[in-house]
Design a protein around this ligand. Structure first.
Ligand code: NAD
Length: 276
């Protein structure tokens, strides 16, 4: 089969939660630029408007809808509406996620991994724990459930979850709830993959290392932070949302037909360790 057919996503319908920024926007652009019909589902109305306009002006078939993935009824309604208007749902990217908020994502500018604040675990508030779990774990579950209901009826579908390198290696400075959510998401992905495999629905996860996005107020976009991060990433550069294009197309197209239950790390070698 030729590469154009193998990776073809033309006319396929996709949703991306957290699709108006960063990694989710990277997935959305990769699919839409290759002819997919993509809906960005995101909390941020301003970013949705800006990105939908930019992508439509470039001739891409992109729509947007404001949605909080912690509102599971609204999520179900959004996915139902998208299936009603496009006729089907081929790929669902369960991607929306947050960092734990001020005080937990440290400053890398010194070139060292941020230290854990003394007593961080004992002082971790219920509110912070619940919010991170609600978005980063429960929101992924609800997105996968909403998509699976339609994909099961279609007897076909692709579900791609954004986990994190943090599902495999603890970064205590990012905080306990994020670690628990991402490890939970990775194993939830395997459970969903096993349940859905016989219905021709694949479920995989993409585990990013460190990417320049707007998470945590966009600190990873600061030149001094990127310089520091490049010293601990073996490929000596931070990841960019466009680095996601190949994996997004692989997992959403026929090229990925027989891949399920996998967490694919994309991190410039971060999890391998330090080389210099
Ligand atoms: P980002 O902040 O650039 O994008 C996240 C998007 O999700 C934003 O547009 C935001 O409005 C949206 N969002 C947040 N809460 C939401 C909610 N409740 N409902 C709907 N939308 C919501 O961040 P990003 O780095 O692109 O993060 C995307 C995913 O990648 C997250 O799951 C994150 O944990 C994961 N990740 C990021 C990195 C990194 O280095 N940037 C590393 C590993 C994993």
């Amino acid at each position: 089969m030729r590469i154009e057919q193998l990776f073809d996503v033309k006319g396929r319908t996709a949703i991306v939660t957290g699709g108006a920024s960063g990694i989710g926007l990277g997935y959305a652009e990769a699919l839409a630029a290759n002819g997919a019909r993509v809906t960005l589902l995101d909390l941020d109305p301003v970013r949705i408007d800006t990105e939908v306009k930019r992508l439509r002006d470039a001739g891409l078939d992109v729509a947007g809808r404001v949605l909080d993935v912690t509102d599971h009824a609204a999520l179900d309604r959004a996915v139902d509406d998208i299936v009603a208007s496009y006729g089907r749902l081929d790929a669902a990217f369960a991607n929306a996620g947050i960092d734990p908020g001020p005080g937990y994502v440290g400053d890398w500018a010194g070139g060292e991994r941020p230290r854990v604040t003394e007593g961080a675990l004992e002082n971790y508030s219920d509110q912070r724990w619940n919010r991170v779990i609600d978005v980063n774990l429960n929101g992924i579950f609800a997105t996968v459930r909403a998509a699976a209901r339609h994909m099961r009826a279609q007897k076909r579908g692709r579900i791609i979850i954004t986990s994190s390198a943090a599902s495999q290696r603890v970064e205590p400075a990012i905080g306990a709830a994020y670690m628990a959510a991402k490890a939970g998401v990775a194993h939830f992905m395997r459970c969903a993959a096993l349940e859905l495999a016989s219905h021709h629905i694949s479920v995989n996860a993409i585990a990013p290392g460190m990417f320049a996005t707007n998470i945590g107020g966009g600190h990873s976009k600061l030149p001094e932070v990127q310089k520091a991060l490049s010293t601990v990433i073996p490929m000596h550069r931070i990841g960019l949302p466009s680095d996601m294009s190949g994996l997004a197309l692989l997992l959403a197209s026929d090229a990925g037909d027989y891949i399920t239950g996998q967490e694919i790390v994309i991190d410039g070698g971060l999890l391998l360790g330090r080389v210099d």
